[in-house]
Design a protein around this ligand. Sequence first.
Ligand code: PGA
Length: 242
Amino acid sequence: MRVEVFADDEWAGAVARRWIDRLGTKPDLVMCLPTGNTPRPVYAAMAAAVEVGEVSFAGATIFILDEFGGLDVGDPGRCDTMLQRDLLDKIDLPPTGLMKLDPDAMDVDADAAAYRRLVNEAGLDLTIVGIGGNGHVGLNEPGTGPNSTTRRVVLSPATIAAHHSYNTAGPTVEWGVTLGIDELMRSTEIWLIANGRHKSTILRDALEGPIGPGVPASLLRNHSRSAALLDAGAASLLDLDA
Ligand code: PGA
């Protein structure tokens, strides 16, 4: 995995520039995108680029990486609400270009299996993920192996606690649905994005510790075109000369 570090105030723009480049090369780019706090400045930079006509999502497809269960549609703690607010409301992606997991489906397992088929048939070109404080990617919690696929998951206490930062109006979340490591690893490219010192310890574990299910983000190091795009704070504990 390539590790690239940017000054704190240049990180979002640098990630956005690279993303604009990918969309310029392939306007029908198929992406898997995360939600939460990390991507917000990157999404703001992409929205600004769309506004000035520097990039377009008109021909693109976006698959949401994961979703929390048990929250009302529109709850600020739902991933689809966050993506809508932080990105979709400000870009030119047509409604048909958005693919979502449905935690309210009658049969969540069947919906997850159908989503997996859709993702694999479409073929992800670019997957962007954040990292949880416990090393999760998507909602692939510690203990998740490389063969995991799209499914319903029980959330770890750390993820449940972190979810409160999304100002949810709903009940405490206990479960979610997520793409598995298997689908993420099929993506042509994977970017692990992180900013802030609060992510530095888990990034050291994920990027310099053993590769394995204990820190699911570490599994992305086995991908030949994966990159960790970090700001200086997030990278502050890495041994970059190693
Ligand atoms: P955050 O979440 O971006 O809100 O820190 C990251 C994650 O849990 O993957």
